[in-house]
Design a protein around this ligand. Structure first.
Ligand code: NAD
Length: 305
């Protein structure tokens, strides 16, 4: 029997429906909606399509959405000044700067310039630090790892005491999801191993995994025989492996050979239609959370608490 397919498209739909209700409730309660600014520098086609999807999703939820497109030759100073403007704009609760940025701009400086209170991407060192401390300290989880964890939970996969193997150690996927799965609490409490390019016996580690999370960016890296029968496989990889003659669009695949892996795994995410849609849903969730938090702060200030 083939694995159960964990559909990111279906889960995104459920999460967005929940958020739509939150936004309507906020509007009714205090006449304000979450505000998100998406800053796009230049016209990198992949970035344009990611930003367009984020803008459309924000608008469909009834957000106040500002799409701020800047030329590729904007100076670093200019971009930092723009961020400062939105840091001080009370109608904006989330600031998203689409990465990668042109070479002449220091990405770290840009990430650090975003107020941690409005860092809905969850990339600011303050928010990453809070994520590592865990518990009530957590503010904004980085969106892709948050989406991965949500998929694991919503698919009914047991995480308590589970062996989790994470392939990849990037700052935006591998490292944070490894920390998150090892934390105390719901959807975590797992025993985590993080593997990477220098790992010996990669296959042996993968074979032990009850939950295998693959974020390497290498098509077909994980062979079907590396998968423990019945495991939950989360394939984060998005690899462009050609262009469809029919549609002219990129042909995408993950890091796991889906057709073979689904015969062995218990549950598996497809590419496309898996983790990708969840990342956007989590960005929206963080923005709603930020809007509520900012509102609470205003209330506290007004009542002098
Ligand atoms: P990255 O290149 O920054 O990191 C890749 C990691 O994989 C590295 O830590 C490296 O050590 C490890 N790795 C690479 N080749 C390996 C090998 N042969 N054996 C063992 N480990 C190996 O990439 P990233 O930003 O973490 O992204 C990883 C993949 O996930 C990419 O395909 C990217 O497009 C995709 N991605 C998808 C989403 C989404 O929303 N669906 C979001 C972020 C990244």
């Amino acid at each position: 029997m083939g694995a159960e397919i964990i559909s990111g498209i279906q889960m995104r739909k459920e999460i967005l429906a929940e958020l739509e209700q939150d936004v309507a409730a906020m509007k009714a309660e205090y006449g304000q909606v979450p505000g998100l600014v998406t800053i796009l520098v230049g016209e990198n086609p992949a970035s344009v399509s990611y930003v367009t999807l984020k803008v459309q999703t924000a608008l469909s939820l009834g957000f106040h959405e500002v799409q701020d497109n800047q030329p590729a030759d904007i100076s670093e100073q200019g971009l930092l000044a723009l961020i400062e403007k939105y840091n001080n704009d009370p109608a904006i609760h989330g600031i998203l700067v689409q990465l990668p940025l042109p070479k002449h701009i220091n990405e770290e400086a840009v990430i650090n310039a975003i107020s941690p209170d409005k860092d809905v991407d969850g990339f600011h060192p303050v928010n990453l630090g809070k994520m590592v401390i865990g518990g009530d300290n957590v503010r904004y989880l980085p969106c892709t790892p948050a989406g991965i964890q949500e998929m694991i939970v919503r698919s009914g996969t047991e995480t308590e005491g589970a062996e989790v193997v994470v392939v990849g150690r990037s700052n935006i996927v591998g490292k944070p999801i490894a920390v998150m799965m090892g934390q105390k609490g719901r959807g975590a409490n797992s025993t985590v191993t993080m593997v990477h390019t220098r790992t010996k016996d990669l296959d042996a580690h993968c074979r032990r995994a009850d939950i295998l999370i693959v974020a390497a960016g290498v098509p077909g890296l994980v062979k079907p025989e590396w998968i423990k029968p019945g495991a939950t496989v989360i394939d984060v990889g998005v690899n462009r492996v050609g262009v469809s003659e029919e549609t002219g669009k990129a042909i995408l695949c993950g890091d796991v050979d889906f057709d073979q892996a689904r015969e062995i795994a218990g549950k598996i995410t497809p590419v496309p239609g898996g983790v990708g849609p969840m990342t956007i849903a989590m960005l929206m969730k963080n923005t709603v959370k930020s809007a509520r938090w900012h509102r609470e702060q205003e209330g506290l200030t007004r009542t002098g608490k």
